[in-house]
Each structure stands twice: as C-alpha cells, then as structure tokens.
Design a protein. Sequence first.
Length: 472
Amino acid sequence: MDIKTDQFQELSKKALTDGHLQQALQNLGAHIQAMRNSAFSLLDNPENLREQAHNIKRETLDRLDEYLEHLEKNVMRSGGQVHWARNASEARRLIETIALDKGVKTVVKGKSMVTEEIALNKGLIAHGIEVSETDLGEFIIQLAGEPPSHLIGPALHKTKEQIAELFSEKLGAKPMKDPQEMTTFARKALRQRFLEADMGITGVNFAVAETGSIVLFENEGNIRLSTTLPKIHVAVMGIEKVIPSLDNLDVFLKLLPRSATGQKLSSYISIITGPKRDGERDGAEEFHLVILDNGRSKILADEDLKETLCCIRCGACLDFCPVYLKIGGHSYGWVYSGPIGSILTPQLTNRKQAHQLPYASTLCGVCAEVCPVKINIPRILIALRQRYVEDSEWGKPNSVLEKGAVALYACTMRNRWLYEKVSRMARIVQIPFIKRGGLRNLPPPLNRWSRHHEVAPLEKTFRDQWRRFSKK
Ligand code: SF4
C-alpha cells in the first residue's frame, strides 16, 4: 500500500465531505460502542482483567528476546519452520520464495494487518500468483482496489448499495439489496477458491512461546478454511505478538472479542501447533511462521514509546475516537488508523512524512479508557509531539520565536495576576476585529486556527463572571 501520511490534512478534508462515509462512521460509532460496553458490563472485574493484560504484555516485552527464541524452538519442535524478517521487503521475499519453490499458483488469505503492512499481495501478484482475500470485508476492498479503513472492519466505509454495485461490476452478480444475499453470494464465490488454493496465508493474534502454537480469532470460518484446506500454511506475525504461555490466553480470550466486536467470544478460535501430524485428517502439510521486525525493535528500545507494542489490534480505540469517527481510516494515509495509527505509523514509517498524525487527536483520553491492554495513548501522543518540536531527527524543531511564544504562554497560565491582565487585554484587542465582522480572521499566525473555528467574542472573563456570581 502506498504511504500517504503526508496528505493527512487533504485526505481528512475530503473525508469530511463524503456523505456515505459520514453515515457509515456515525452508524459504527453508535452501534459498536453500545455492543462493547454491554459485553464489558458482563465481566466481574474488567479493570482487573485490563490490568492483567497490560502486565502480561509489558513483562513479555521486557524479555522479548527470550520468548521469541523459545517460540522458535517450539515451533520447530512441532514440525514447523520459522523465518525471521528484518523488514517488509525481506518478509515479502521470504514468502514469495516459499511460494515459488513449491509451485504455488493460488493463495487464500485470512484478514491480516501485518500482511497489509508489508504489501504482500502486490509482491505475490507480481509473480503471477493469484491471491484471494477471504474475509468478507477484505474481499470487498480487494475487489474495489482500496486499502482497509479499520483494523477489524476493513470495508466499513462502504454502504451496502456500493457493495452490491461492486459485486455486479466485478463478479457479474445480479442486482442485490439484502446484505444476507450479498454474503451468500460472496461465500459461494469464495468456496471454490478455498478448494483450489495451494497456500493459505494468515496473520497471528497471539503466538504462544511455551507450546509453539499460534492463536487466531475470527467470525467467518474463512481462517479455519485457509489454514486447513491448502497444503501450505504461512502465518505472519510482528515480534510483539508472542505471549509466554497458554495460561495467559485466558485474559485475552475475555478481552479481545469484547473490545473488537462487542462479542463475549469470537465464533472461531483456532490454536494451531505446527503442521498436521501422521494420522490427522485436517491441517496443512507444511507450516511456516514468519516473524517480522520492520522497525519494532527500535520501538522496543525506546522506553517512552515501547508501550505502543502492547497493542493487540482490537480496534476499540478507533471505535471511540472522536477524530477517527469524523475522518475515517483512509485519512491516516497508511494501514493503521485511529489513535493507534497516530502513534504507530510515525514509528514504523518515514517519521518526517507522518508528522501530522500525533496531532490528529483531541487528547480526550477515551482511547486509553477503552484500550483492553491499557496503553496510555495520550501520553505517547504527547511524547511524539515533543520529539517533533525538539528533535531534528524527527522533525523541524521549533524556531526561537515559537519557543518564546510557548514560554510566554506557559508563564501566563501559571501566574494568576498575569493571566487576568492578559484576559482583559484580549477583550480590548478583539474590538477592531469584531467591528470588521467577527473573529473568524484573526491576524496571522492565529488565523490558521480561527478560520476553521467559531470564535465567540470574549464578553466577560470567567473570573469576572465567577466573582459576580459568588457575590449573589
Ligand atoms: S491501542 Fe488498545 S484499543 Fe487501540 S487497537 Fe491497540 S489494543 Fe486496541
């Protein structure tokens, strides 16, 4: 997928005027928030579970090298093969080589953000391999030639009318209105592809170091078909997906489906340990696990930012984010969107190009409140903003003038007497602007802010009003 993070402002403006998208986002917000909250209300002590999940992820990150070695050893012991990839191109090359060596002609894929991250489909297709996305949402956006717009619902930006049109244009379907009918149609279109596929490719929700197993959550059954029907199964994971033992899974079983889709449990949970053994009927004959770094070890080495790697890609922070719910996923310009995208993308891609993303937040904190692994996203957003204004390796540090303005602002906000004087002065300074038609066009550089906001004239300062009110 092309990286368009530098176009964040233009893409957001476009999204705000897209009626279909605005409707879809409004529906998503209302629906998924209620489902998530209701699923969490059934837990005895959700806070305790979130705390446990956070601790498991943090402690695993602290000994990540050990757990990854342990995982490798146990995958190999169960008959699987492990491949390490330093970056996206290495991962693509590895998977392409496996496919070409085995004469693979067709691939079925389960939904996987990490394969989007490494742009795997493009590489395979360039070698003449036919790739079919089998998750319904991914199937739709593959037909449309678009990137996913949400971690869990990749096609949620599309209305059912748009999907019906797409099916009829690309697959010759008759006009359809009923989503059930469309799902049945997609299911039939995919069934033959599963039966004919030479290779199945999936992501990994969790990789268990203790047993060498991978764990996959899904609702459609397509992942189970992708991992059992083709002879070869390739699973791709970022280094942060490892957990120490199967016991740890209990916490994530309760948290991930609730956070992702508002379900108590996903419809299918597969735990796969190596290829099928002698006498077993189901399963791939070959199992390959590709473990990807692609910038993650740099994040791991940074104490301020390391917590980013606790993410389990549930999408809850997107579903509650007031910014995401207005501009949708494509505005963020890469695979990961919403609050997690705002902190992850600048760390995994060209940081200078992604400099607008940490500012795509009101810092309201709802993302941290709903995150099942308690990632303090607002803290990381602020840490990133700080890097952009102070560190030339990240961005263009503030000029002396900007630093002076910020110091003056901080000084005013800390000093009650000064704050009162400045507020009074502002009331006088605003008069000529009000006379000229309002505060919409404050002088530069303030007009960059004021032309997008309704700025009410300062009638009386809060303190004046408070004094008057207290006297009554
Ligand atoms: S940051 Fe938290 S809420 Fe957001 S996707 Fe990751 S785990 Fe889910």
